[in-house]
Design a protein around this ligand. Structure first.
Ligand SMILES: Cc1cc2nc3c(=O)[nH]c(=O)nc-3n(C[C@H](O)[C@H](O)[C@H](O)COP(=O)(O)O)c2cc1C
Length: 200
């Protein structure tokens, strides 16, 4: 079993979203001792913002790319291969300034590739990833779940479905800044929800 963890907290392993992911990965490794975990730390190793030349290189079939285009497409090729070979995808997602981290958006811009992870048909877009089971583990200072200010859940649901990932579970630790004295209890509750999902 291959687990791909996409991490985007600027606080590294100390981030609340990272701690949820650590808990998740520990649980998975207890259940599947042979699980291989690949970590892509976007804060540590950011994906550059998409530009026109890289976009063109990315959507040019590999055998038609110039050496310069291949150079530009190398990173996205690797990120897509990581995604295609994962059996489980875990996104640990902080809320920064009312959205997902810009590093995670840059990763999404790299992996959403026409002809590879999605295609357009007469009846609309079709995702080409193999409906890998996906977990979004979010940490936020405020409370947004079920409100119009939750920009993260609908956006991630939409873009993940667009590339074929429709089996997505969301777990949020919310109100971490609103109720700092209860933060560890909030985190424990989120971890219990993770356990519930993994033991379902
Ligand atoms: C730069 C920055 C921006 C933030 N913006 C928001 C925000 O818009 N809404 C919110 O609820 N919390 C916000 N927070 C609080 C974080 O969501 C909270 O600290 C969360 O734990 C971050 O995840 P992390 O610990 O994994 O990095 C912000 C925190 C930082 C550092």
């Amino acid at each position: 079993m291959k687990v791909l963890h996409i991490s985007s907290s600027i606080h590294g392993e100390h981030g609340n979203s990272s701690q949820l992911a650590t808990h998740f990965l520990n649980q998975i490794q207890q259940q599947h001792p042979d699980a291989e975990v690949v970590v892509r730390d976007l804060a540590q190793d950011p994906v550059p913002h998409l530009d026109a030349a890289t976009f063109k290189a990315n959507i040019t079939p590999a055998h038609q790319r110039t050496p310069e285009q291949q150079q530009l497409a190398n990173l996205a090729d690797t990120l897509i291969e990581e995604l295609q070979s994962a059996d489980v995808l875990v996104l640990s997602v902080p809320m920064y300034n009312f959205g997902i981290p810009s590093t995670l958006k840059a990763w999404i811009d790299a992996i959403a590739r026409a002809g590879t992870t999605f295609k357009y048909t007469e009846s609309g877009p079709v995702g080409l990833l193999n409906n890998t089971k996906t977990y979004v583990l979010g940490a936020r200072g405020g409370e947004y779940l079920g409100t119009a200010k939750d920009t993260q859940t609908p956006y991630l649901q939409t873009v993940l479905a667009f590339v074929g990932l429709e089996d997505v579970e969301f777990v949020f630790a919310e109100k971490l800044s609103m109720q700092p004295e209860q933060a560890s209890q909030i985190m424990d509750e989120a971890k219990t929800r993770i356990d519930g999902l993994l033991n379902a």
